[in-house]
Design a protein around this ligand. Sequence first.
Ligand SMILES: Nc1nc2c(c(=O)[nH]1)N(C=O)[C@@H](CNc1ccc(C(=O)N[C@@H](CCC(=O)O)C(=O)O)cc1)CN2
Ligand SMILES: Nc1ncnc2c1ncn2[C@@H]1O[C@H](COP(=O)(O)OP(=O)(O)OP(=O)(O)O)[C@@H](O)[C@H]1O
Length: 183
Amino acid sequence: MQLKKETVRKKQLEKLTQSKSTWSKQLNELCLYQKLFALASWKNAKMVAVTLSSGSEIDTKPLILQAWLQNKDICIPRIFPQRQIRFFKLEKQSKIEKSSFGVLQPAKTEKEVSKEKIELVIVPGLAFTQKGERIGFGGGYYDRFLANYHGDTLALADPVRFFPAAIWQAEETDQNIQQILTI
Ligand SMILES: Nc1nc2c(c(=O)[nH]1)N(C=O)[C@@H](CNc1ccc(C(=O)N[C@@H](CCC(=O)O)C(=O)O)cc1)CN2
Ligand SMILES: Nc1ncnc2c1ncn2[C@@H]1O[C@H](COP(=O)(O)OP(=O)(O)OP(=O)(O)O)[C@@H](O)[C@H]1O
């Protein structure tokens, strides 16, 4: 069954809202973090790109704290015109704002990190498949960013976000994620 991405996105948003503040979401997250921290791509990365999560997204705060404990650097995206994202170093004193869409992002006065310096991107999303196909919020921001990115990419998929195979139609611009961590 090949649905439109938009259809699956809406369904996923409903499902994710329901599981938002449950114990099982948190338990799944803990399990995913532990798997992540054991990976070579995590261990070897000095500069890791993550989002500042909110709402029903996988909570990224424990990742950020663990990275800092391990002396890694974190950078977070800010949105720009033409549906672009650029990453800025997250520091303890960084100024954080809310974008028009409602996601948290760094102020543009923070220090920008060039694409070449980012060794691992942890990609957010609403749905992922085993093969690394992905549905996000629909801005195409990560597809554009990843199109000419050469480091490692991975995503954390709890059971609500995970599909063995795509039930949606892929687009030519879709960028697959290298590794999907599941429970
Ligand atoms: N926490 C977090 N931060 C993130 C992302 C994310 O998924 N999670 N992003 C991941 O990419 C980027 C922001 N993503 C965005 C995605 C959509 C729209 C947006 O304007 N959406 C339109 C509808 C899109 C359309 O159909 O054209 C809207 O709701 O008006 C804005 C930002 C960067 N920061
Ligand atoms: N490299 C690109 N160049 C031009 N258009 C693109 C590119 N990548 C994606 N798009 C377009 O952007 C729109 C949104 O893409 P898509 O539905 O894949 O977003 P998403 O991956 O779910 O969102 P996000 O990455 O922001 O979380 C689509 O119409 C897609 O064709």
